[in-house]
Design a protein. Structure first.
Ligand SMILES: Nc1ncnc2c1ncn2[C@@H]1O[C@H](COP(=O)(O)OP(=O)(O)OP(=O)(O)O)[C@@H](O)[C@H]1O
Length: 206
């Protein structure tokens, strides 16, 4: 599904990684590990097509993501370390906005979905009035709505409590069973056993 071919990245004259090669198949989950500043977010941003590698290329379904970005973007769900949630809007307004800009014309009933994520009674208050973990849950609602096959998630467990972490991993299992693929960074170990988990560790290079 996804091929990282000889990818290198230099930031502020420091080579974060060079000649990186790996691939991710349908139904697979991959954890990107490494210390702060190793380059995990930089790599995810390259894979999502938000920045260009200094060398190498990213292929999705055997095609360069740069040449076929529109198709690739349609099949990608990226949730960054910053949640991307507008804190002035409510949870429902945020989700509606996200659905609209991503071209989803049918709006499902959002209240049961938000309820699943523990946001009952908080659906219509501005997100700035929610806790950090609740704000993260609003961002993660996209994982229940998107039909993208490839999920790229930067620190998705940040601020979540134990039940939130477990619930999110249940969702990962469903996605993998539906032949989706997941690439994520996390500083904590996954608590669910994924039979096909791969780990790539980026070392801090000086
Ligand atoms: N836009 C940028 N401009 C210049 N340097 C950057 C930029 N983004 C990141 N860097 C540098 O690249 C290095 C790697 O940052 P990155 O965010 O990819 O690391 P990370 O492994 O995700 O770290 P963390 O675990 O702390 O999230 C850091 O030294 C950072 O200062």
């Amino acid at each position: 599904m996804l091929h990282i071919k000889s990818v290198s990245c230099i930031k502020q004259e420091r080579c974060l990684f060079a000649d990186l090669n790996f691939s991710l198949k349908s139904g697979q989950i991959m954890q990107l590990a490494g210390p702060n500043g190793a380059g995990k977010t930089s790599l995810l941003r390259i894979i999502a097509g938000f920045s260009a590698p200094d060398e190498g290329e990213v292929l999705y379904q055997e095609r360069s993501i740069n040449k076929y970005y529109e198709e690739f973007a349609h099949d990608l769900l990226f949730i960054g370390h910053k949640t991307g949630v507008n804190i002035q809007l409510s949870a429902v307004e945020n989700v509606r906005f996200w659905l609209r800009i991503n071209g989803y014309s049918n709006e499902p009933d959002l209240y049961p979905i938000l309820a699943k994520l523990g946001l009952v009674g908080l659906e219509d208050v501005p997100v700035r009035m929610l806790s950090a973990g609740q704000q993260r849950r609003v961002a993660l609602v996209r994982l229940w709505l998107s039909d993208a096959n490839l999920w790229v998630l930067d620190e998705p467990f940040t601020a979540l409590d134990k039940s939130g972490v477990a619930f999110l991993q249940q969702r990962f299992t469903q996605h993998l069973n539906n032949n989706g693929a997941i690439l994520l960074t996390t500083h904590q170990d996954l608590t669910t056993h994924f039979s096909d988990l791969q780990t790539i560790t980026l070392e801090y290079r000086h």
